[in-house]
Design a protein around this ligand. Structure first.
Ligand SMILES: O=C(O)CCC(=O)N[C@@H](CCC(=O)O)C(=O)O
Ligand SMILES: [Zn+2]
Length: 343
């Protein structure tokens, strides 16, 4: 079964070829003494022989149609397997939802990025593959981080956005009460061309919040551009992201620019507008880009004959999506964030 991976070093192809085949955890050693462990379909870790000071989780395809992050992770995995690059830190790669890669959809039955921090087992429980997978992924991340108590824990959950964005690459910094935001992390992301940060205002059931909250990891949902099918990503646009992620794992400390808020776009999430009725509809056009701003009093959406208006003097919107189940987020509203505690 592993021969295909040894021959072509294509972990994505290996993952898709082995969906639903029982896969026993298996480890082997590369010529540079890195231990490679395949833990499950789409889950692979690399451990250097010694000296790891960081534990890094790189996840992609939590939404199966978000292909650029999959291509970036697959290239890093391939370069590690061929010893073209050598990691100095423990790294866990996760291809989140292989079934939805095959269907080329965001998810098959349920949005996996609403199922973490135990939400997979709420209500009717583990009734579909996405719920079972979210629970399993929590376990892999927990085992990975718990294996090494002294390391800095990092998790970048890589996505692409459904709509085009005024700021092409941006990251969501999960809610972390009592913990300052990290200037170094923000500058690492800036090095990846991710120059826009959204500070979240409440707990969520996303993968990045899980790692941030449970393991005090420096964790982010990172949006690397717009969703595109395989073969249609302009990989030049991801060169700096790829370069920085490679530097993160192959260097003790990648070189970072000094924090400068003037070079960044910093937003705070002011509220999440959830869907309460089936007739929820936005008042703005379907082509409206992420980060489009609206003035106080403007109507953003209508549901059940009620208008949902802009509350703050100015709110920008991100991730508008009316096609979600009742109870889920339809859009996040953002306000400028000049005074966050960034250290
Ligand atoms: O473009 C969209 O509408 C969604 C893109 C996406 O998948 N975003 C993540 C953000 C998660 C977070 O808030 O940290 C998601 O919706 O799950
Ligand atoms: Zn996504």
């Amino acid at each position: 079964m592993f021969q295909q991976l040894m021959d072509d070093h294509d972990f994505l192809a290996f993952t898709l070829a082995n969906i639903d085949k029982p896969l026993k955890s298996q480890a082997f050693t590369l010529s540079n003494q890195t231990t490679v462990t395949i833990l499950d379909n789409g889950v692979i870790s690399f451990s250097p022989a010694s000296g790891s000071t960081k534990d890094v989780v790189l996840s992609c395809a939590i939404h199966g149609n978000e292909t650029a992050p999959i291509e970036i992770c697959n290239k890093l995995i391939s370069d590690l397997l061929t010893c073209k690059i050598e990691t100095l830190h423990r790294v866990l790669f996760i291809i989140g939802n292989p079934d939805s890669i095959l269907t080329q959809t965001r998810f098959v039955e349920e949005n996996m990025n609403r199922l973490f921090s135990g939400a997979h087992s709420d209500g009717e429980g583990l009734i579909n593959k996405e719920r079972v997978r979210a629970k399993a992924l929590e376990q892999y991340v927990s085992d990975f981080f718990n294996d090494n108590d002294n390391s800095q824990r990092i998790h970048y959950d890589l996505h692409t956005a459904i709509k085009p964005s005024k700021h092409e690459k941006f990251a969501i910094y999960p809610y972390r009460p009592g913990r300052a935001f990290s200037a170094k992390q923000i500058m690492f992301l800036a090095g990846c061309d991710v120059d826009t940060i959204l500070f979240h205002h409440e707990p969520t059931t996303t993968f990045s919040y899980f790692s941030s909250e449970q393991f005090k990891a420096d964790a982010f949902t990172v949006e690397l551009g717009k969703v595109m099918p395989f073969g249609e990503n302009d990989m030049h646009k991801f060169a700096n992201t790829h370069k920085m992620l490679a530097a993160l794992i192959t260097q003790i400390e990648p070189e970072l620019a000094v924090f400068d808020s003037n070079k960044l776009n910093l937003y705070k999430v002011s509220r999440s507008i959830n869907k309460h009725f089936d007739d929820f509809a936005f008042s703005f056009s379907k082509t409206t880009e992420n980060f489009t701003g609206f003035e106080q009093g403007q109507t953003l959406a209508i549901e059940n004959n009620q208008q949902i208006k802009v509350i703050e003097p100015y709110e920008a919107i991100v991730f508008p999506n009316e096609n979600v189940p009742v109870g889920q987020r339809t859009v996040l509203c953002l306000v400028p964030a000049p005074n966050e505690d960034i250290q």
